[in-house]
Write a protein that binds this ligand. Structure first.
Ligand code: PMP
Length: 431
C-alpha cells in the first residue's frame, strides 16, 4: 500500500476550515471511500501527492489539461501576461483575439461572451434563451450535469448524483417547476414533452456526448432529432460543451456529429487550466446580451488577461495541431480495446463507452445509454476498483458517474501501465 499519511493529516485539518474538507464535493472521495489525496504538483502525465507518490493522471483537472501538465507554451504565455498586471476590468485586445479564434474553430458560434466557469456559462445561456424567447421552462436530461445553477440541480449527474442530492435543498419549488427532464437518448420522450408544453419551453440543454453520468454517446440521429424538435417548436438548442468542447474535436462534439446548436457553452479546455467559461452562438441571439441587448450578464474578472492568455495559447495550439486529436483518440481506442480484452479473459463483459479521449468503464454488463444504465452499475465494486488503481499509481475520477480524460502526455508505457494495473486490480476483485 502507498503511504498516504500526509494526505490523511491534511484532510483531517481541512475539515476544520472547509466544508467537507474540499472546495468541490467529488474531490472528497465519498463515492469511493478512503481519504482524498492532496496534490502537491503535476508535470506531463503525472500528478505527485503530498507524500511524494506519483500517479498517472486520468482526470487532468476534469478535462482542461488536454496537453498534460506544465505545457511550456501555455506557461510562457501566462508568465508573459503577468508582466502587464493580473487584471484590468477593462477591454483588452486578447479578448477579441480569443473570441475570433473561437468563432473560427466552432462555426455555430458567431459571437461569444467570456465568463469564469462552466456554471456561469450555462446559467447565462438559459437566461439568454429565456429572454430571447419570452418563455420560462427549460428541458434537460437525466444524468446530465450543467454546473450548480439552481435550474440544473434536478436529476443532475456528476457529483450531484454521487452525493445523492440530485434535488438539492435550497433550490426553490418555483425554480424546479420550470425545469423539465427527459431520459437521454430517447427522442420520443422529448417530442412528447415538447408537445405537452407547447410554446412554453425556452431552451433544451444537452451534453451532446454526456460525460457526467460516465461517458454516454448519443444514438445515431439523436442530436439531429433534438435539432428538429427545437426548430419545429421555436426552442433554443443549447449544447453544453464545457467537457466536450475542444476535446472531441476542434469544434467539439458538434464538429463530429454535424449538428449546429443555437448556443454553445464552453469551459475547461478554453481556459488552459485557468478558471474560464464562455457561451456563444447565433448573432441574433447573442445580441440580446447586455449592453447590446436587454439580458443582463456581467463579471468583474470576466476576460481576465491571465486566463485569456492561457486559453488563447491552448486554443491556438489545438487549432494548429490536428495530430492532438489523432493521438488522444488513438490512446482512447487502445485503452478501451485492451481493457475489454482483459475483462473478456476474466469472464466479464463490462460496458466500455469511449469516444476520442473520453472513456468510462461501467461495472454493468448491459449497454449504458442513459442515466438508468449508469445507476445500474455496481458502484461498490467501482469504489474498490478505484482504490486498487490508485494503489497502482493510476488516478481515476473518483466516481462511477464520471468520464476519464486523456491527455497528449500519456506515453505508450503509461497506457500499458494502466492496462496492466487494470488486469491486476480486477483479477484481485474477482478472486
Ligand atoms: N457543464 C458540464 C458539461 C460540465 O461537465 C461541467 C463541470 N464538470 C459544468 C457545466 C460546470 O462547469 P464548472 O465546474 O466550471 O462550473
Amino acid at each position: 500500500m502507498l503511504d498516504k499519511s500526509r494526505s490523511k493529516e491534511l484532510f483531517k485539518k481541512a475539515q476544520n476550515f472547509i466544508p467537507g474538507g474540499v472546495n468541490s464535493p467529488v474531490r472528497a472521495f465519498k463515492a469511493v471511500g478512503g481519504d482524498p489525496i492532496f496534490i502537491k504538483s503535476a508535470k506531463g502525465a503525472y500528478m505527485y501527492d503530498e507524500d511524494d507518490n506519483r500517479y498517472i493522471d486520468l482526470i487532468n483537472s476534469w478535462g482542461p489539461m488536454i496537453l498534460g501538465h506544465g505545457n511550456g507554451a501555455i506557461e510562457a504565455a501566462v508568465a508573459d501576461a503577468l508582466k502587464s498586471s493580473l487584471s484590468f476590468g477593462a477591454p483588452t485586445s486578447k479578448e477579441i483575439e480569443i473570441a475570433e479564434l473561437i468563432t473560427h474553430m466552432v462555426p455555430s458560434i458567431e459571437k461569444v461572451r467570456m465568463v469564469n466557469s462552466g456554471t456561469e456559462a450555462t446559467m447565462s445561456a438559459i437566461r439568454l434563451a429565456r429572454g430571447f424567447t419570452g418563455r420560462d421552462k427549460i428541458l434537460k436530461f437525466e444524468g446530465c450535469y450543467h454546473g450548480h445553477g439552481d435550474s440544473f440541480l434536478i436529476a443532475a449527474g456528476s457529483g450531484a448524483a454521487t452525493m445523492g442530492t440530485p434535488n438539492s435543498p435550497g433550490v426553490t419549488k418555483g425554480t424546479a417547476k420550470d425545469t423539465l427532464t427527459a431520459p437521454f437518448n430517447d427522442l420520443d420522450a422529448v417530442k412528447k414533452i415538447a408537445e405537452q408544453n407547447k410554446g412554453q419551453i425556452a431552451a433544451l440543454i444537452v451534453e451532446p456526448v454526456a460525460g457526467n453520468m460516465g461517458c454516454v454517446i448519443p444514438k445515431e440521429g439523436y442530436l439531429q432529432g433534438l435539432r428538429e424538435v427545437c426548430d419545429k417548436e421555436g426552442i433554443v438548442l443549447i449544447f453544453d460543451e464545457v467537457m466536450t468542447g475542444f476535446r472531441l474535436s476542434k469544434a467539439g462534439a458538434q464538429g463530429i456529429f454535424g449538428v449546429k446548436p443555437d448556443i454553445t457553452t464552453l469551459g475547461k479546455i478554453i481556459g488552459g487550466g485557468m478558471p474560464v467559461g464562455a457561451y456563444g452562438g447565433k448573432k441574433e441571439i447573442m445580441d440580446f446580451v447586455s449592453p447590446q441587448g436587454p439580458v443582463y450578464q456581467a463579471g468583474t474578472l470576466s476576460g481576465n488577461p491571465i486566463a485569456m492568455s492561457a486559453g488563447l495559447m491552448m486554443l491556438h495550439y489545438l487549432n494548429d495541431h490536428d495530430e492532438v486529436y489523432e493521438q488522444i483518440g488513438a490512446s482512447g481506442q487502445y485503452l478501451a480495446k485492451e481493457i475489454a480484452k482483459v475483462n473478456t479473459a476474466l469472464g466479464k463483459n463490462y460496458t466500455i463507452n469511449q469516444l476520442g479521449s473520453m472513456i468510462s468503464l461501467f461495472f454493468n454488463e448491459e449497454a449504458v445509454e442513459n442515466f438508468d444504465g449508469t445507476k445500474a452499475c455496481d458502484t461498490e465494486m467501482f469504489g474498490k476498483y478505484f482504490q486498487g488503481m490508485l494503489n497502482e499509481g493510476v488516478y481515476l475520477p473518483p466516481a462511477q458517474y464520471e468520464s476519464w480524460f486523456l491527455s497528449t502526455s500519456l506515453s505508450a508505457e503509461d497506457l500499458d501501465h494502466i492496462v496492466k494495473s487494470h488486469e491486476k486490480v480486477l483479477k484481485n476483485l474477482l478472486a
